[in-house]
Design a protein around this ligand. Structure first.
Ligand SMILES: NC(=O)c1ccc[n+]([C@@H]2O[C@H](COP(=O)([O-])OP(=O)(O)OC[C@H]3O[C@@H](n4cnc5c(N)ncnc54)[C@H](O)[C@@H]3O)[C@@H](O)[C@H]2O)c1
Length: 247
């Protein structure tokens, strides 16, 4: 039997961004019903995806509990259930530790960590009723590498790994499984703007497979994790970075 996500109802937070839109597009192509939950306007992407399958944009600020509750409720109303939540919304830009203000620090925590917490809380009632669900938290290999210049970001992603593990044991008995995935630096217009040429050189020189990772390189793993074939993956931290880190 081929791996399938056909008719699976999947929420992608930050679904309008570079990685989120790549995941959403792939999942729609594979037959899933995808909710794009983003604070940024997603109506154009919604229309594009509805040409090839089923997608719905729900304007969502993941830091606002009322928004995350509406995200879950709109999804349930539109599609009857919630099979997967992908906590992908995030802010990754960095600066040296000494320059990070409390506001910078708190903003990373609010979006990258509190946002995931609120989204999980919001989908929990539906997943509990179904006695089935999957939460995918998008982490980062900076957690393994201690990458300089990203202390606030890295700490928020490490927190997400802790949450992934805590919920694996607490929600596993309810049929809700978790996973944390860690891409390396993606080669996108956004990261090209945010990081220096030296950073990209470092990544390339330390990636054993010798090429840059693109958003589309992550979508196969995510599709698998969204499928029923991933049933026994729970609390896992999965590297997807071409071997640059091997934890
Ligand atoms: N780009 C990389 O190199 C890289 C590497 C590893 C992990 N990641 C992680 O992948 C995820 C996606 O990154 P990306 O490269 O697509 O970035 P991106 O900036 O292109 O996309 C992030 C999306 O999140 C949305 N967002 C931001 N704050 C939000 C909020 N409060 N509520 C709802 N949506 C919000 C943005 O509008 C945007 O669409 C992030 O969690 C990032 O940390 C990225």
């Amino acid at each position: 039997m081929p791996i399938s996500v056909k008719d699976r109802v999947i929420i992608v937070t930050g679904g309008v961004g570079e990685l989120g839109s790549a995941m959403a597009r792939r999942l729609v192509v594979e037959g899933a019903k995808v909710v794009l939950a983003d604070v940024r306007d997603g109506t154009a992407l919604e229309s594009e995806l509805n040409q090839i399958g089923v997608a719905k944009y729900v304007k969502t600020d993941v830091t606002q509990e009322a928004d995350t509750c509406r995200m879950a409720e709109d999804t349930r109303q539109a599609f009857g259930r919630i099979d997967v939540l992908i906590n992908n919304a995030g802010i990754y830009t960095g600066k040296p530790f000494e320059e990070i203000t409390l506001e910078d620090w708190q903003q990373r925590m609010r979006v990258n960590l509190d946002g995931a917490f609120l989204c999980i809380k919001a989908v929990l009632p539906a997943m509990k009723t179904q006695q089935d669900g999957r939460i995918i938290n998008v982490g980062s290999d900076t957690v393994w590498m201690g990458t300089p210049g990203l202390a606030h970001y890295l700490t928020s992603k490490a927190g997400l790994l802790g949450l992934t593990r805590a919920l694996a044991t607490e929600l596993g008995p309810l049929g809700i499984k978790t996973a944390w995935i860690s891409p390396t630096l993606l080669d996108t217009p956004g990261t090209r703007q945010a990081f220096t040429e030296e950073t990209f050189d470092y990544i390339l020189n330390h990636t054993p497979i010798g090429k840059f990772e693109k958003p589309d390189d992550v979508t196969g793993l995510v599709t698998f994790l969204c499928s029923k074939d991933a049933e026994f993956i729970n609390g896992a931290a999965i590297n997807i970075g071409g071997g640059i880190s091997m934890h």
